[in-house]
Design a protein around this ligand. Sequence first.
Ligand code: UT7
Length: 325
Amino acid sequence: MMYASFKSIGAYLPKEVRTNQWFADKIDTTDEWIFKRTGIKERLIAAPDENTSDLGVKASKVAIERACIDVSEIDLVICATLSPDFSAMPATACLIADKLGIKDVMAFDISAACTGFVYAVSVAKAFVESGMKKNVLIVGAEKASNVMDYTDRSICMLFGDGAGAAIISTTDDKEKSIVDVQCSADGALSDILYIPGVGSADEKFMHMKGNETFKIAVKTLTSDVEKIMAKNNYTNEDIDLFIPHQANFRIIKAVGTALKLNDSQKVLTVEKFGNTSSASIPMAMNECYEDGRLTNGKTMLLDAFGGGATWGSAIIKFDGKDFIK
Ligand code: UT7
């Protein structure tokens, strides 16, 4: 039996730091309101000439190097994004593959909003375990600033830009593999969080029923983790790092409390990155990798909720080399 192992993680952090005060200077809000309601102090913003695929390429290069493989060994590229370079085609994954010099391989995007990276892990695992692919590059990349209406105070200060990437490869060692991924969706909730039409001038912005989304997110994120833990006979003590989607500190706190996870297990990056949608989990994972919390053999619990509505969770044993400064 072939298993899928999580071989590496990398990220790219855009250079511009945009503080809450930037928003307070432009719209009817305050630094205090934003921080108290969301836990966000700042977010990163991509340069005008940096597209989502460019962010994805920069994160991918780090992940590929850390996996100690050559680009020629990658046989599938998957990009999860809600802010693609082009609204319908070509897929951002095709652009990423081309910019990395990856030729003649399958490349496609996943549209699952903030759950996109967990969906990508699920798809990569299936391809690897079926024997169809050996080394899959998965990317969560967002230039969310492209789909923000900077006059809409209900949403514009929540999101930031960035990218994370990982290599999922074959292994015959079950103890070092991705334990389980479960993903789900409910299109009946499509109106709580949506972008009418990326690309058309007046319809490209994201809309969210924030409070409704908040309540559904807390409930769904909690019950989803309870299901995957019970299914795999895992208890809280088996989890080293709980890496949830970083939308709102209050959501993470409520879910963490409901699941009885302690503070040292919870990973929080929302304060400095804001919500980077599909990039938020891999960016948070990369933080843990670079600060030494994520080492070979550690067990991660991922948990995400996003537009669609989509949600998903995963239990993953990290099979990469430890970070060397
Ligand atoms: O990534 C995918 C999943 N995303 C999420 O899960 C995000 C979920 N939602 C949230 O994080 C929160 O709902 C928000 C941060 C968006 C909003 O927080 P909230 O506690 O749900 O606030 P609210 O929408 O209920 O608004 C409370 C008050 C309202 O005023 P009144 O009616 O009480 O007078 C709003 O008009 O805050 C007001 N308000 C603001 N005030 C200052 C709304 N936005 C702002 C703002 N600055 N930016």
